[in-house]
Design a protein around this ligand. Sequence first.
Ligand code: 5AD
Length: 435
Amino acid sequence: MCYAIPGKVIDINNKIVTVEYFGEQKKAINEIDDLKVGDYIYAQGGYVIKNIPEAEAQSILTTWKETFFELQELDLRLSRLDLEKKGIDKKLALILDRAAEDLPLKEADLLHLLNLEDDKQIELLFKVANFLRQKHLGNSCCVHGIIEFSNYCSQGCLYCGISNHNKALPRYRMTKKEIIETAYEAIEKDGFKALVLQSGEDPEYSIDDLSDIVKEIKKRSAVLIFISFGEVGLDGLKKLYQAGARGLLMRFETSNKALYDKLHPGKTLENRLQHLEEAFKMGYLIITGGLIGLPGQAKTDILNDILLTKRLNTEMYTFGPFLPHPHTPLAKVKPPAVKDVLKTLAVARIAGGKDAKIVVTTGFETLYAGAREEGLIAGANSVMLNVTPKKYSENYSIYPGRAHAGEGIQEQIDTTLKVLRDLGRAPTDLGITHD
Ligand code: 5AD
């Protein structure tokens, strides 16, 4: 199982190397000491993670080559933009034309897109977002794995099913050894090259424990590690970076300060954002975003969330629907409409960083069975698969009825690859996204 295509190093300039993939050149940051021009490597999220023998690279590339071009062609065909102007109102046509040309849009125009209600108009918005995704990122689609290693959480976020509001939930905590072994299997057996380690804010693991886990995983295998342990403090972020973590997954949840305060007792938006800003400065790749459909949230809040995500130099946007959990204070609040989630992904593609990745979240798949296919043709280009051992993952119930909960890893991989193949997407992550 292979989630990344080997690339050939054609230039090395200090830490930045140029890598070629079937004629396409990408840049990546290199931390391997003895890397030479002519070597074959795997890159993930803009980092060179592994040097591989030429014979192995050649054999993978031979099997990939034909498929790679076939997929590209299919994607190109599916994302072609022919804005059929008849019957579209002039204002929308002007906005979408500007978007397709990569011209900046006013906030009022972006809000107009988020407010669209007519299905035909919304369809055009998705087409433009899909066109831009193809134009800037080609057919590559990230497939990261996530290990949820503890559902203990000391925090009381009003919406969250693993928060301390939920007294009914059986809690679990994986041992260091279990976490390291789960990661090893996901990397060496299933082929994942980027893994997210996630937990509730669980004081049982010290920063040293978490650092040991990251170090040990990286010692055994080549992998890009994202940490997602909540607010570990700036010192904690520094130590975890030194241990080898290179990405931080942490949503700011909402950019509306009053709403943030209401939903996160004892927490501040300021502190959350400070983590994200400082992490970026330390060199972390950032995955962040917010919840869609929180009670009292307006469309302007969603737009502000997208714009804030961009300001945070985000590598991957993560926007998912709020889903009511019966054992939380927000049990009675309704989830958002499917089209509001899709519109958010599309506007994120139009207003966000040109090269940003946008993930179709498991939350969205839980709200709507067609989320993955429809999200991927409305601007998204990334998915995450759950590699937590089954006996634990059913209790990581941040929201109820999680999609894919009963599936094994191989089943998830098979269905994901089929969805990607049908859309002409290659499960790859080819190189750098910010300079
Ligand atoms: N519905 C949807 N997403 C949720 N999260 C927590 N609770 C819910 C819910 N009820 C999300 C938060 C958090 C991520 C790990 O899970 O956005 O950042």
